[in-house]
Design a protein around this ligand. Structure first.
Ligand SMILES: Cc1cc2nc3c(=O)[nH]c(=O)nc-3n(C[C@H](O)[C@H](O)[C@H](O)COP(=O)(O)OP(=O)(O)OC[C@H]3O[C@@H](n4cnc5c(N)ncnc54)[C@H](O)[C@@H]3O)c2cc1C
Length: 486
C-alpha cells in the first residue's frame, strides 16, 4: 500500500478508536459552578445562561474590568490586548520538533522552546515532553484536522454571536494578512489555506508592498489575506462580564477553588473553597495553565502544561497598518508573531504584538529570566524589521519597555484541547476543559457548545476528539494495532 494510504488508514483507525470511547454524562439539574473566568469559561457561561442554566463563576484573579496589575490574571486577561480568529489558529505543533525531537527540552537560547529554569524538570514533565516529541507525522496531521474542525465549528458560533450581540465586538477588525519570509514555507501555507477554504487573496511581495504601505520595507516572500478577525480581548472580556452579570450570572472574584470534593474516586461531589464544600448540579473546571492542584484526581491532571508568550505594544504610525497581521519567520525565535490593531487609552491607534513559545513545564511561573529576555528580543527584532518607524517611536517614548507583558497558554502534548466528563454524585456532569494552546479564543464557542451538549446528553465531536486519554491510547495501541513510528 502507498505510504499516504497507510497513513490515512492509521489516522482513520485511531479516530475510530477515539470516537468509540464512552463519554459519561449526567443531565440532572440546572445549577452550574464554573471555575476559572478566562475566555473559554466565560463563553461557556454565556451559552449556559442563555440555555436556561443558573451560573456561578469562581475566579482566583480580580475582576478583569478593574485595573489590578496585569500579573494577577490568567492567560486571556494577563497578556496583550489582542486575539485572532483564523481557521488555522491552532494546529499540531509536534512536527516542529523533528528531526531532533528535543524542541521542548532545548533552551530558547539554543533555538528550542524551553523557558523553564535549567535542571528542574520532573520525570512527569520529561515524559510529557517525550510524548510531544515522538508523535508520528500521520497522527500530527490527523490531530490538526480535528483542531481545524473545531475552529470551523467555532467560527459558526462566532458568527452567531456577532449577529446576536454586536455590542460585544467594538474594535472588531475583519480579515487577517498572513506574511511569510521563507519561500517554501509560504508556498506550503498557500496550499494549506486554499485547501481549507481560508484564502481570500494570495499576494506576491510586490502586491504586499503596494497594498500595505506600512509594510513597504518588510522582508516578505509573500502574503495571504485570509478569513478571520481580531478583537481587543481585554475590552471584549470586560463587555462579556457586563453582559453575563446583566443576564444573572454571579461572579466570585479573588476566590480560589482548591480542589474537587470526591464522593469516591471518579465521582465528584462538589468543589472546595477554603475547606468548605460548594455544591452545584454541574461543574466546569477551566483553569488554563493553572490547574495542577485543582485537577488532582481527574484524567486531565498533568496533561496541561504552560507555554509562555511575550507581548509588546507600539504606536500604529503613518502610513498606518489597516489589517491585523500574522508574521511567520521560519527558524526565528519569534517564529509566529500576531499583530493586532488596537486603540490605546487615549484613543490613539496601536499595534499589539504577541509571539514566542516558552515551555514552562507544569508550573507557569517556572521562567528563566535569560530565556525570557531572548523571547522579548526576538519579538522586538520582528517589530523592528517589519515596522521600523513604529519601533523607533516606541523605543523613544519608552512605550516599548512599558508595554512588556507575558502570558502562559495552556498546552497539551497532543496539541489537542482537553475535554473530560464525569458523572457527579448528584447525577450531573463535571467537565474539565482547556489546553487549547494557541487557539483558546478561537475555539471557545465550540467548547461552550460541547459543555451544553454534555449537560443535555447530546453527543459532540469534542467529547471524544479532545478526550484527555486519547494520545495515551494511541501510543499504547489500546484495542487496535496502530503502528506508531516517527
Ligand atoms: C502570545 C499569544 C498570542 C495568542 N494569540 C491567540 C490568538 O490570536 N487566538 C487564539 O485563539 N488564542 C491565542 N492565544 C491563546 C489564548 O490566549 C489562550 O488559549 C486562552 O487565553 C486561554 O484561555 P483559558 O480560558 O483556557 O485560560 P485563562 O485565560 O488562563 O483562564 C483560566 C482562569 O482560571 C483561573 N483559575 C485557575 N485556577 C483556578 C482555581 N483553582 N480557582 C479559581 N480560578 C482559577 C485563572 O486565574 C484564569 O483566570 C495566544 C496566546 C499567547 C501567549
Amino acid at each position: 500500500m502507498p505510504e499516504g494510504d497507510v497513513d490515512a488508514a492509521l489516522a482513520a483507525a485511531e479516530r475510530e478508536l477515539a470516537d468509540g470511547v464512552e463519554v459519561p454524562v449526567g443531565t440532572n439539574g440546572t445549577n452550574v459552578a464554573l471555575v476559572g473566568a478566562g475566555i473559554v469559561n466565560l463563553m461557556t457561561a454565556l451559552t449556559l445562561v442563555r440555555a436556561g442554566y443558573r451560573v456561578e463563576v469562581f475566579e482566583r484573579a480580580p475582576d478583569p474590568r478593574g485595573d489590578a496589575d496585569w500579573t494577577a490574571y490568567g492567560c486571556t486577561r494577563g497578556g496583550g490586548d489582542g486575539r485572532m480568529f483564523t481557521l488555522t489558529e491552532a494546529d499540531s505543533y509536534n512536527s516542529r520538533s523533528w528531526p531532533t525531537n528535543d524542541l521542548l527540552t532545548r533552551s530558547v537560547t539554543d533555538h528550542g522552546w524551553l523557558v523553564a529554569k535549567p535542571g528542574g524538570l520532573s520525570t512527569q514533565e520529561l515524559a510529557w515532553a517525550a510524548d510531544f516529541h515522538r508523535m508520528p507525522g500521520w497522527l500530527a496531521a490527523s490531530y490538526t484536522q480535528d483542531i481545524f474542525d473545531a475552529n470551523r465549528a467555532a467560527g459558526v458560533g462566532w458568527d452567531r454571536l456577532m449577529a446576536s450581540d454586536p455590542g460585544l465586538f467594538d474594535g472588531y477588525r475583519d480579515g487577517i494578512l498572513r506574511l511569510y519570509t521563507d519561500d517554501d514555507y509560504y508556498r506550503w501555507h498557500v496550499d494549506r489555506n486554499e485547501r481549507i477554504g481560508a484564502t481570500r487573496r494570495v499576494l506576491t511581495p510586490d502586491q504586499v508592498r503596494a497594498g500595505y504601505p506600512s509594510l513597504a520595507d518588510a522582508p516578505v516572500a509573500g502574503g495571504i489575506e485570509v478569513v478571520g478577525f481580531t478583537v481587543n480581548i481585554h475590552q471584549f472580556l470586560a463587555r462579556l462580564v457586563d453582559l453575563l452579570a446583566a443576564q444573572g450570572v454571579t461572579f466570585h472574584w479573588d476566590t480560589t477553588i482548591t480542589g474537587i470534593n470526591w464522593a469516591q474516586p471518579g465521582v465528584p461531589d462538589g468543589v472546595l473553597r477554603d475547606g468548605e464544600v460548594l455544591r452545584a448540579d454541574h461543574y466546569v473546571l477551566s483553569p488554563g495553565a493553572y490547574g495542577e492542584e485543582l485537577l488532582r484526581g481527574t484524567a486531565s491532571h498533568g496533561q496541561i502544561m504552560g507555554m509562555l508568550g511575550v507581548w509588546l505594544t507600539v504606536p500604529n504610525v503613518e502610513p498606518r497598518l489597516d489589517h491585523s497581521v500574522k508574521i511567520a519567520r521560519k527558524g526565528h525565535r519569534a517564529e509566529e508573531t500576531n499583530v493586532t490593531l488596537g486603540t490605546g487609552p487615549d484613543g490613539e491607534p496601536i499595534l499589539i504584538c504577541g509571539a514566542g513559545y516558552g515551555w514552562t513545564g507544569t508550573d507557569p511561573a517556572n521562567i528563566d529570566s535569560t530565556e525570557l529576555e531572548m523571547l522579548f528580543e526576538a519579538l522586538a527584532d520582528t517589530i523592528r524589521r517589519f515596522f521600523p518607524k513604529a519601533y523607533a517611536a516606541a523605543l523613544e517614548t519608552g512605550m516599548l519597555a512599558a508595554s512588556r507583558r507575558i502570558c502562559v497558554r495552556p498546552w497539551t502534548a497532543s496539541c489537542l484541547g482537553v475535554f473530560e466528563t464525569m458523572v457527579t454524585a448528584g447525577g450531573g456532569t463535571l467537565v474539565v476543559t482547556g489546553g487549547h494552546n494557541t487557539g483558546g479564543f478561537t475555539q471557545s464557542p465550540d467548547v461552550a457548545d460541547a459543555v451544553l451538549a454534555a449537560f443535555t446528553g447530546r453527543r459532540h465531536p469534542m467529547h471524544t476528539r479532545f478526550h484527555p486519554r486519547r494520545l495515551a491510547r494511541a501510543y499504547s495501541g489500546d484495542g487496535v494495532s496502530l503502528r506508531i513510528t516517527s
